[in-house]
Ligand binder design. Structure first.
Ligand code: BG6
Ligand code: MG
Length: 213
């Protein structure tokens, strides 16, 4: 049986795995939903983890049976993104989740290739803010693929940029859509920090401090 350090590449989701931004996404969506008079709870937000900005807004509109013109739709996308970006402007490396920096440095020291596969179009900006962008050999974000999670495209593109087969990489994810994406791509899926996905993942850790090489 393979051990964790037999893998040649680690591919990480960003929001909820490397950095604690999921609550910021939730609050920004809640503000957006409020403007439409739609109730949006943290339980509902669970379904939006890993889901693109456009599909998230469609999901919220559906909750309230709301129909918008494409101009209104695009304005709300901008509004959500501005509220989100406002709320994360002071992010620092302190906001990395537990064990992240240690795991990245240990992996790097062992010659393991590192990648990010995120649905977020803000991924590169956030990696820069939290000062971990230099660890990664490739970053695939929401603007670089046609199909977002649960499609495996972000992870497949990351593995291909690392020059590795899917069987040589581990994928770390906190969202149901992301675990589905990893499995659809044939990767071993490691669930992190979200008990709701424990049953879907191949292995599960509360955070990266529990992950050993
Ligand atoms: C995912 C988050 O990483 O990115 C989702 O889990 C978010 O909550 C999605 O909606 C898209 O992010 P962004 O930054 O492009 O709006
Ligand atoms: Mg995530």
């Amino acid at each position: 049986m393979k051990t964790n350090s037999d893998y040649k590449g680690f591919i990480f989701d960003l929001d909820g795995v490397l950095v604690s931004t999921e609550h910021n996404h939730f609050l920004a969506w809640q503000k957006t939903a409020d403007m439409l008079g739609i109730d949006f709870s943290e339980e509902e937000n669970e379904n939006l983890k890993g889901v693109s900005r456009v599909d998230s807004l469609k999901y919220i509109l559906n909750l309230g049976n709301a129909v918008l013109s494409s101009e209104e739709f695009n304005n709300l996308l901008d509004f959500k993104n501005e509220s989100y970006l406002d709320s994360i402007q002071n992010l620092t490396q302190q906001n990395c989740l537990n064990g992240v920096v240690e795991t990245l440095s240990k992996a790097k020291a062992r010659g393991i290739k590192l990648g990010v596969g995120s649905s977020s179009k803000n991924a590169k900006r956030i990696l820069k803010l939290i000062e971990i962008e230099d660890y990664f050999d490739t970053v695939i974000d929401g603007s670089m693929v046609e199909n977002l999670k649960p499609s495996p495209e972000v992870f497949l593109k990351a593995a291909s940029n690392l020059g590795l087969e899917t069987s040589e990489c581990l994928v770390f994810e906190d969202a149901a859509s992301g675990i589905q994406a990893a499995k659809a791509g044939g990767f071993l899926a490691i669930g992190i920090g979200n008990e709701n996905i424990k049953h879907l993942a191949d292995h599960y850790y509360n955070d990266l401090t529990e992950f050993t090489f």
